[in-house]
Design a protein around this ligand. Structure first.
Ligand SMILES: [Zn+2]
Length: 126
């Protein structure tokens, strides 16, 4: 099982994850990564990463998987608009058990879900 952050860019998963044992412990959770810093520091090597980098860090659907120390399980928190295919990709990429419950988190809103969204990188947005 892995934890970390992820984005879904045109059905491609872009993630920064590592095995649970290598994460940082915060209280009852083990976590890894930050969406903004990952986006900021990413040097694109694939077309999906190039597309990803051409918008603001919170343009695309995103989420985080944390390890719940008390309940011994990984909990993924994702944007509301995530679909079944993207969920399956996240499950397999992070090696999560099939019974892993997905939670939605208000923190994670892409440009579709966030009505206040402003994409600094999109000139058509003026
Ligand atoms: Zn969304």
């Amino acid at each position: 099982m892995r934890i970390g952050i992820f984005f879904v860019v045109d059905s491609v998963l872009i993630s920064d994850s590592l095995p649970v044992e290598q994460g940082q412990r915060y209280g009852d959770h083990i976590e890894h990564g930050g969406h903004y810093n990952y986006w900021l520091n990413l040097v694109p090597t694939t077309s999906a990463e190039t597309v990803f980098k051409s918008h603001a860090y919170d343009y695309y659907l995103r989420g985080r998987a944390v390890y719940d120390v008390k309940h011994h399980q990984v909990k993924p928190y994702v944007d509301h608009c995530i679909d079944t295919a993207a969920l399956a990709t996240i499950r397999s990429s992070l090696a999560l058990p099939g019974n892993t419950r997905i939670s939605h988190d208000e923190h994670y809103q892409c440009h579709h879900c966030n009505q206040m969204f402003m994409d600094d990188f999109d000139e058509t947005n003026e």
